[in-house]
Ligand binder design. Sequence first.
Ligand code: HEM
Length: 118
Amino acid sequence: MDALLPVILRWLHIASMAVLLGGVFYAVAFAGDLAPGFKRVAYTAIGGILVSGIMNFMRRSSFPPHYHAWFGIKVLLALHIFAVILTYRGKRRALVGVVISGALVLAISAYLRFLTMA
Ligand code: HEM
C-alpha cells in the first residue's frame, strides 16, 4: 500500500509530460502547427506535471550532492516549456525551442533519477 502514492505520482508525471511534449513534437515534426484543441489538453498536462513534480520533490527526505543544482536547471527549463505553450501564437521557432528544452529536461530527469538511485 505504501507504493500506491509514489506509483500514482510517477504515472501522472510521465503521462502528463508524454502528452505535452508529444503534442509539441508532432506539431514540429509533422503537422507544422499545434493541433486544434491542444492548448486545452496542455493546461491539464501542465497541471498534472506541476502537482506530481512538486509532490515528488516534497516527499524526498534526503538529497544527494548536486541534486538541487540540476533540479533548479530542470525547473527553469520546464518553466520555459510551459510559458511558450501558454503564450503560443503560431511561431514555429518557439515550438522548436520547446522540443530542445524538452529533450534537455528529459536528460536532466534521467540524471536526477540516477543520482537518487546511486
Ligand atoms: C516538461 C516538464 C517536465 C518533464 C518532461 C519532466 C520529466 C520527468 C521525468 C521523465 C522524470 C523521471 C521519472 C521517473 O523515472 O520516475 C521526472 C522526475 C521528477 N520530476 Fe519531472 N519533469 C518535468 C517537470 C517537472 C517539474 C516542474 C517539477 C517540480 C516542480 C518536477 C519534479 C520532478 C521530481 C522531483 C522528479 C523525481 C526525480 C528523482 O528521481 O529524484 N518535474 N520528471
